[in-house]
Design a protein around this ligand. Structure first.
Ligand code: ADP
Length: 365
């Protein structure tokens, strides 16, 4: 009987509970034992009460709960080999055959690193006398599958990450609330939304709420952005609009790589010499991660959780580590590292652009 463990890691996202429920129940349904690792990699490193066998009823009610009920953490110890050694030892001592990890690109990078080091970790544990040869024999190959849980929708190779549509829905709901009061007082609001290096949430929220202006990292603003924004907003006001909504992603940049902050935008809108609008800043913050998952994320978490269990059961030592994606509405398996690498390259491109242009500026000073 195979022992399959599931854990959630990194930033929490709505829909992670659907994943845990689906993995636990699919594992049991297919004749395996199901385990949860609590508190992400921290639980794997600590072992003991952090690794718990789960029954069918233990995940009852999970679908409609927000956040992650089995906890998540950022774990410094897992960045060190010593921490990963401890994690490997706990996996073997608990007889875990396969690990399903739901997290962002950081967590999935950690997972791939763990798998590639696995044989040498076991060897070291044996040479140190922590485990004996017979104990490690059934665990020569580490079976890992990733699921992408992130509100940012920031991983290459999948159309949607688990949690992104819940966060987007929450943002739209909040913008609707703000619009009502903005209209009443004829005010302008600068609304900052999450997304780290990715502007997906900001872009889709702007589309879905009909915002007046938008700042995202993928489209660094030209030098004339101030004039451009004022002109657009003035035009909207001239057409009789009583409210102004500007959405700004937390990673928003100008083309020189300088951050565009909500207060810069606010000062501009409020400038008495210019538009002179009564302007407020609203940073939506953690409400974007909270609350229960929308139907799409419950569905995505469940279907991908089922697929993840199938993937670990079908894996052979030759199989490349995969993650579960959704591509053109189909649940698919894809090589994990290629997607993480591609994601990093996109982020790097933005970084490189910031750097080069900042350097160019300095040269011409
Ligand atoms: P997310 O998964 O949401 O992107 P993080 O980037 O914080 O979140 O990663 C979550 C955890 O994954 C980290 O705290 C760490 O324990 C582990 N991790 C991330 N990157 C690595 C890495 N390169 N090597 C080992 N572990 C890593």
């Amino acid at each position: 009987k195979k022992n399959i463990a599931v854990m959630t890691s990194g930033g929490d996202s709505p829909g992670m509970n659907a994943v845990v429920r689906a993995v636990v129940r699919t594992a049991i349904y297919l004749g395996c034992n199901a385990y949860c690792v609590y508190e992400g990699y921290e639980g794997l490193v600590r072992g003991g009460k952090y690794i718990k066998q789960m029954g069918w009823e233990d995940v009852r009610g999970y679908l409609s709960e927000g956040g992650t009920l089995i906890g998540t953490a950022r774990c410094m110890a897992f960045f060190e080999r010593e921490g990963r050694l401890q994690a490997a030892k706990n996996m073997v001592l608990n007889g875990i055959d396969a690990l399903i990890i739901c997290g962002g690109d950081g967590s999935l990078t950690g997972a791939d690193r763990f798998r590639s080091e696995w044989p040498s970790l076991l060897e070291e544990l044996v040479s140190k006398g922590d485990l004996d040869q017979k104990q490690i024999e059934p665990y020569k190959h580490l079976n890992i599958v990733g699921l992408v849980g992130s509100i940012d929708n920031d991983l290459s190779g999948t159309d949607a990450t688990i949690g992104a549509y819940s966060a987007l829905s929450r943002i739209c709901e909040m913008v609707d609330y703000i619009e009502a009061t903005a209209s009443s007082h004829s005010r302008a609001f600068v609304i900052e939304v999450m997304g780290r290096h990715c502007g997906w949430l900001a872009l889709m929220a702007a589309v879905a709420t009909g915002a007046d202006f938008l700042f995202i990292p993928e489209k660094p603003r030209e030098d004339n952005w101030k004039e451009e924004m004022c002109q657009v907003i003035k035009q909207h006001r001239n057409m009789g609009k009583r409210k102004t909504i500007v959405i700004i992603a937390e990673g928003a940049l100008d083309k020189h790589g300088n951050k565009i902050s909500p207060s810069m935008v606010k000062d501009l809108l409020a400038d008495k010499e210019g538009l002179g609008l009564d302007t407020r800043i609203t940073t939506l913050g953690h409400v974007q991660r909270g609350g229960s998952a929308v139907a799409y994320d419950r569905m995505l978490g469940t279907l991908q959780g089922v697929e993840a269990v199938k993937a670990v059961l079908e894996a052979t030592p030759e199989t490349e580590t995969c993650f579960i994606a959704i591509t053109e509405n189909k649940i698919t398996r894809k090589p994990l590292m290629a997607a993480v690498k591609e994601t990093k390259e996109v982020a790097k491109l933005i970084e490189a652009q910031r750097f080069n242009e900042a350097m160019a500026l300095r040269d011409t000073e």
